[in-house]
Ligand binder design. Sequence first.
Ligand SMILES: CC(C)(COP(=O)(O)OP(=O)(O)OC[C@H]1O[C@@H](n2cnc3c(N)ncnc32)[C@H](O)[C@@H]1OP(=O)(O)O)[C@@H](O)C(=O)NCCC(=O)NCCS
Length: 153
Amino acid sequence: MIIAEELTKTNETLVIKHSEHLSHNIAYPFFLHQYAELMENGHTVKATNWDDNECGIIWGEIDGKVVGIFAYKKDQIKQKVLNILLTAVDKNHRNKGIHTILNRYFENVALDLDCKFTVATVHPKNQTRLLTCEKDGMKIYYHKLYKEIGSKD
Ligand SMILES: CC(C)(COP(=O)(O)OP(=O)(O)OC[C@H]1O[C@@H](n2cnc3c(N)ncnc32)[C@H](O)[C@@H]1OP(=O)(O)O)[C@@H](O)C(=O)NCCC(=O)NCCS
């Protein structure tokens, strides 16, 4: 469903759409490609942990082509948290303010769901995303620590 139209920093018309389900829409393959890229560059674990039906997605199109997505996960809605599953912008369209625009609509969805927090999980070496988080007004709340324990066999 189209929710708005906005101009990017380079004056291109960004058509913003929202689906309350992650899959069965034009943005889903873009989401999967970008997620796989994060796995390849070591910015997320090589496993998935979402249920398509518990997730939604906001995306932006320029000339009918998906150029950016903002996928979210409703698994902590009881704590009034809306988790960001993935935000990503096509390499050829970065630094045009697209993420910043989509984040505004994402926050509106969070408010509509009666959430008090939006939460991003970011690899400490993903400097660009950490900078966008700062620009979005997000602050580090926890450090989540991992230890790779291997397996018994
Ligand atoms: C993170 C990402 C979504 C940002 O998208 P974007 O549309 O390029 O971001 P914006 O143009 O809205 O930039 C927002 C702010 O982030 C910061 N920023 C973005 N890219 C930056 C860069 N390369 N260097 C420094 N700061 C940067 C700036 O502060 C910018 O604000 P400004 O324009 O006022 O300076 C994009 O880089 C991306 O898709 N990265 C790969 C996927 C990824 O890592 N996703 C996050 C997984 S946790």
